[in-house]
Write a protein that binds this ligand. Structure first.
Ligand code: F6P
Length: 550
């Protein structure tokens, strides 16, 4: 594999960047009345406006050339056709197969993926309907009213985010809760609101070995058994979502109550699989199908649209432009949509667990920056917290703004203000406000020339700061599916350019390995073992606070 920095398009971009250093978007808009049309794209009801970026049509051409030289199209086809592109775990990457409604048979290593997916979906549908129509009863014969998804990472963030995003589609018959943290406060706070007779626990874990999930599931089981006093109750109040049938059975969950998925579904890409059971329980089977259909529509777009008019490719390559040429370290995501309040934590796992890597596909350390630090919060809250830094700070921060054109709420006037604020922020980032204008304004307000001169620099907005706007009609299941698949593919595009494996996560292992000996050291002096000075100091302090010998 040719190293990234040796690719001709990389060299061209390095040269082009030198020419672009002084580029001012404001002049570009003045010079090209059609800049918006040239640098925006529609897919379904999604509009991506990327005209407020430090790019010219030439930049985009060079970026797409880099994508081609990086064999983005080949890698994309390899993913869709089930090649083992997750080479460090020797796995295919087929979350796209989970949401393809009518598929040509896709046989991967002897497995008819299409049939297996359909069979699990059918079982999920039957189960969801039995909860909704009350034919599934708890141990004491009462219908289920509350569902608790116990999982963490991809087995929590995706379904929790979707359930928050689509709470306006929630059915009244069940309430869905999410418990993830090992901190017992999370489970205890949730159980306080629940009646064991009418509660169903979904234990969601791809591996079924995750400490947090098993600890919470065991505590939930103890809570249930303490109340219902019959081991048989577990079968009516626990179901599992996993790839590990053996461990599910060992935990005591009836294999009939297990919904499987496969090792070719990465945890952070799993909300489309059985891991989405809580979503279907909240919004109903039809809406879950619409979510999958939206994602599939984006899959088709990503697979078939030429790179120049391919939304994930454009978003991904813009990220490369900023991270690798402008040297940006972070990337802000601001959904002007309260329902998308969990989007940023979801995207943090998607992006940072996928592309937070420093070794390439040739097993060599990379010599360029990979995945950015993704952060953000819903608008308008962010405006009153950290937008100061986005507008006036010393760092350049590429940003995505997401907003619905309409909002099915009776408080339409508030949505109008929300929308206006979203557009105003991107306009302010672009336009800025000059010292001369500010001084003139202050003087016109009656301030002395001298005071105005001193104050004006503090009020300057440099402007020329980049943003993408993703505008959608309204937040419905289909649109959300499109948006999420867009980000998944964007992350894929960047991983291909950086020549890394976006689908493993070895970087989460070390902390997991170090925790058990530390736990033992907290209570047994014989187990203190070898630690660095800082960790030893902390262990000793904790032991002292507990009155244990040190
Ligand atoms: O520790 C990270 C991780 O492995 C994630 O990749 C995953 O989504 C999460 O833990 C939960 O894993 P599981 O679904 O196997 O419990």
């Amino acid at each position: 594999m040719k190293p990234l920095k040796h690719l001709p398009a990389w060299k061209t971009l390095e040269q082009h960047f030198k020419d672009m250093r002084a580029f001012d978007m404001r002049s570009a808009f003045r010079e090209d009345a059609h800049r918006f049309e040239h640098l925006s794209l529609r897919c379904g009801n999604l509009l991506l406006d990327y005209s407020k970026n430090r790019v010219t049509p030439d930049t985009m051409r060079h970026l797409m050339q880099l994508a081609r030289e990086s064999d983005l199209e080949g890698m994309r086809n390899a993913m869709f056709s089930g090649e083992r592109i997750n080479f460090t775990e020797r796995r295919a990457v087929l979350h796209t197969a989970l949401r393809a409604p009518v598929r040509p048979p896709l046989v991967v290593e002897g497995m008819d993926v299409e049939r297996e997916v359909a069979a699990v979906l059918k079982r999920m549908q039957r189960f969801v309907e039995s909860i909704h129509n009350g034919s599934w009863r708890g141990h004491t014969g009462k219908p289920i009213r509350d569902v608790v998804n116990i999982g963490i990472g991809g087995s929590d963030l995706g379904p929790a985010m979707v359930c928050a995003a689509l709470d306006h589609y929630a059915l009244e018959s069940v309430r869905v809760h999410f418990v993830s943290n090992l901190d017992p406060a999370h489970l205890a706070g949730t159980l306080k609101q629940l009646d064991p007779e009418t509660t169903l626990f979904i234990v969601a874990s791809k591996t079924f070995t995750t400490l947090e999930t098993l600890a919470n599931a065991n505590s939930a089981k103890a809570w249930l058994l303490a109340a219902l006093r019959a081991p048989a109750a577990v079968a009516r109040h626990f179901v599992a979502l996993s790839t590990n049938a053996q461990a599910v059975e060992a935990f005591g969950i009836d294999p009939d109550n297990m919904f499987i998925f496969w090792d070719w579904v990465g945890g952070r890409y799993s909300l489309w699989s059985a891991i989405g059971l809580s979503i279907a329980l909240q919004i109903g089977w039809g809406n879950f199908q619409a979510l999958l259909a939206g994602a599939h529509a984006m899959d088709i777009h990503f697979k078939e649209a030429p790179l120049e008019v391919n939304m994930p490719a454009i978003l991904g390559m813009l990220g490369i432009w900023y991270a690798n040429f402008w040297g940006t370290d972070t990337y802000g995501v601001f959904p002007y949509d309260q329902r998308l309040r969990l989007l940023v934590p979801f995207l943090q796992q998607l992006d940072m667990e996928s592309n937070g890597k420093n070794v390439n596909r040739d097993n060599k350390l990379v010599n360029y920056n990979t995945g950015p630090i993704l952060w953000g919060a819903p608008g308008t809250n962010g405006q009153h917290a950290f937008f100061e830094l986005v507008h006036q700070g010393t760092r350049l921060i590429p940003t995505d703004f997401l907003v619905a054109a309409v909002n099915p709420t009776p408080l339409a006037d508030q949505h109008e203000w929300l929308l206006a604020n979203c557009l105003a922020q991107t306009e302010a980032l672009l336009k800025g406000k000059s010292r001369a204008v500010i001084e003139a304004e202050l003087i016109a307000q009656g301030m002395s020339r001298e005071t105005a001169k001193a104050l004006a620099p503090h009020k300057v907005f440099p402007g020329n700061r980049p943003s993408n706007t993703l505008l959608y009609q309204k937040l419905d299941p289909h649109t959300l599916g499109m948006l999420l698949a867009l980000y998944e593919h964007k992350v894929f595009v960047q991983g291909v350019i950086w020549q890394i494996n976006s689908f493993d996560q070895w970087g989460v292992e070390l902390g997991k390995q170090l925790a058990p000996p530390i736990r033992a050291a907290l209570s047994s002096v014989r187990a203190i073992g070898e630690h660095d000075g800082s960790t030893l100091g902390l262990i000793t302090d904790i032991r002292r606070r507990r009155g244990l010998s040190t």
